[in-house]
Design a protein around this ligand. Structure first.
Ligand code: NCD
Length: 319
């Protein structure tokens, strides 16, 4: 089992074998998520979760994952932290670093902030979403969900639909699905589609019926209003009419196409509630379940690299 990286900052710099290693381990965790034997994996290690942006499922999922592996997990309420008193991100990071955590899980509203922080601390850093940039564990949990539902993670046709411009989930998924040799279709209004996106080897559609034709996977995205600085759509009603996933639009995809959404979901804006709840098509709850398994695998592999590096340093000192 080899996984080269010290941190998990994005999918961009992983190769396909790293991705497969992580998913294979996550698969095992998904089959036996609560096995007591897992408790030794991070025993004696400290995990600090720093969420500078609101989160429900990602933060809970990292916390459960760490606890199932036996780590001492601490959540810092960033809203009430010294950042509010004017301390910079780097000073906060250095303060935490002095407490010698092993794993730092960070979500931040600015793209690149998590990379910067990783350069300043000794801990292994996991990016839990930075601005519009990357959300690697989301793409990995999506990949595991797809692989388990479809039996493979290559040569599939995957449509990602909605607010692509503001979505770190879309970016990480484009990297990952591309590295695993899938066909990617991006669907959305031109106002929510980055202008250079064609260079990523994707097909772009502004008509959802055309974009969904014969796809295996339909991934819907939320309108990321918190990252919008103007009017990108005429109205939510109009958006739902043109891009909201309902049974009639889904009928253009393959009969066995699965429906995904990273959450939080806005029913009646990007997706019809009955489609989201249809257990024959929607794998949205499975995504949440796979999130814990993927985060267990990611922390397991980074912790293992950390132990190996410490051991190697110890050997060098003794020599
Ligand atoms: C996503 C995020 O935060 O980027 N959600 C998540 O992690 N489950 C997508 C979103 O907020 O719409």
């Amino acid at each position: 089992m080899s996984f080269g990286a010290k941190h998990l900052l994005g999918i961009e710099h992983l190769d396909s074998s790293d991705i497969t290693t992580l998913l294979d381990l996550a698969d095992q965790y998904a089959d036996r998520p609560t096995d007591i034997a897992h408790r030794s994996v991070l025993a004696g290690m400290a995990q600090i979760n720093m969420f500078f942006e609101n989160s429900t499922r990602t933060q809970a999922s990292f916390e459960i994952a760490g606890k199932r592996l036996g780590a001492d997990v601490m959540n810092i309420a960033m809203q009430a932290s010294s950042i509010k008193k004017g301390e910079t991100l780097i000073d906060t990071a250095l303060t935490l670093n002095a407490m010698h955590p092993d794993l730092l899980v960070v979500r931040h509203p600015n793209s690149g902030a998590v990379d910067l922080l990783a350069q300043k601390v000794n801990a292994a850093v996991l990016n839990a979403g930075d601005g519009k940039h990357e959300h690697p564990t989301q793409a990995l949990l999506d990949a595991l969900t797809i692989r388990r539902a479809k039996g493979r993670l290559h040569r599939l046709s995957v449509a990602i639909c909605g607010d692509i411009t503001h979505s770190r989930v879309a970016r990480s998924n484009i990297w990952l699905l591309g590295k695993m040799e899938n066909r990617i279709r991006l669907i959305g209004p031109p106002t929510l589609m980055p202008s250079q996106i064609g260079e990523f080897g994707v097909e772009v559609f502004d008509n959802i019926e055309d974009g969904l034709k014969d796809v295996d996977v339909v991934m819907m995205l939320r309108l990321q209003k918190e990252r919008m600085d103007g009017g990108f759509i005429p109205s939510e009603r109009e958006y739902y009419h043109r891009y909201g996933l309902n049974a009639a639009k889904l009928a253009h995809a393959k009969d066995d196409a699965i429906v995904m959404h990273p959450g939080p979901m806005n029913r009646g804006v990007e997706i019809d509630g009955t489609i989201a709840d249809d257990i024959n098509r929607s794998v949205i709850q499975t995504q949440v379940e796979m999130g814990v398994a993927v985060r267990m695998a990611a922390m397991h592999l980074l912790a293992q690299n950390r132990r190996d590096a410490k051991q190697a340093a110890g050997v060098m000192v003794r020599c």
